[in-house]
Design a protein around this ligand. Structure first.
Ligand code: DC
Length: 229
């Protein structure tokens, strides 16, 4: 069976990573969480106290501490910076609240996009982020743009955080999500924008299974089409 590339973009907490992980498992594809990569660079910058003007130092730090992914015993994905497991550290509030300025740095994006494209060369892939359909995998056979209301996304993130033991306030989360939406969509380099050939899917009030089924059906049809060619 021939494999395809699936790009899933959309704003924060629109359900991208949850559905992408399930679909990757069902199709036997690699799943790449590109947001985790920008979070890793943010963690490096915060630890060193770097500012946006010190981007060269940030880039050198990425070279010294390569980002990689692993699997935990329960099958969930783990994230490493060099040898350090940073899976939980990159989800903390200070990282979330600083990731927008770090991910707006053109040379950081260039470096991470190059790494993402290399990973995609290895076969069937499902990648989620903000610029996958437009910049990272413009040739992807399937591009999905997931959206959902700010209220629903804040509630999802609130529950996720609770499960991870991260304390948050729902109203603060709503404000932070709206602020991050604005910054992600208005930055100069690779803003969050729907690819012309993407399918937009509003997940407000739709179950995870509902979103998974929708994308999976499209992916299976495209996979079959590739195999017949
Ligand atoms: O998906 P996430 O919320 O973990 O992503 C964290 C941040 O990383 C998000 O606010 C914007 C940035 N990001 C990006 O600029 N490009 C991507 N492909 C993925 C994430």
């Amino acid at each position: 069976m021939n494999t395809i590339q699936i790009a899933i973009d959309g704003p924060a907490s629109s359900g991208k990573s949850t559905v992408a992980k399930i679909i990757a498992k069902k199709l036997g594809y690699i799943y790449l969480d590109t947001g985790a990569m920008y979070r890793c660079v943010t963690l490096l910058a915060l630890r060193q106290g770097y500012q946006a003007e010190q981007v060269d130092l940030i880039l050198a730090d990425i070279d010294r501490n390569p980002i990689s992914f692993g699997l935990a015993k329960d099958g969930s994905q783990t994230v490493f910076l060099g040898d350090e497991d940073v899976t939980l550290a990159i989800r903390q509030n200070d990282v979330t609240n600083n990731v927008s300025w770090v991910s707006a740095l053109a040379s950081v994006r260039e470096k991470l996009v190059e790494q993402q494209q290399k990973i995609a060369e290895t076969g069937g892939i499902i990648m989620d982020g903000r610029d996958i359909g437009t910049v990272v995998l413009p040739q992807a056979e399937l591009k999905i743009f997931l959206i959902a209301s700010v209220d629903e996304r804040a509630e999802r993130r609130y529950k996720e955080n609770l499960e991870k033991g991260i304390e948050t306030d729902l109203e603060t989360l709503k404000e932070e999500i709206a602020a991050r939406d604005y910054k992600d969509s208005h930055r100069e380099v690779s803003p969050l924008i729907e690819a012309e050939d993407a399918i937009t899917f509003d997940t407000t009030g739709i179950s995870i299974d509902g979103v998974v089924d929708f994308i999976l059906q499209k992916a299976l049809a495209l996979q079959e089409k590739q195999s017949i060619k």
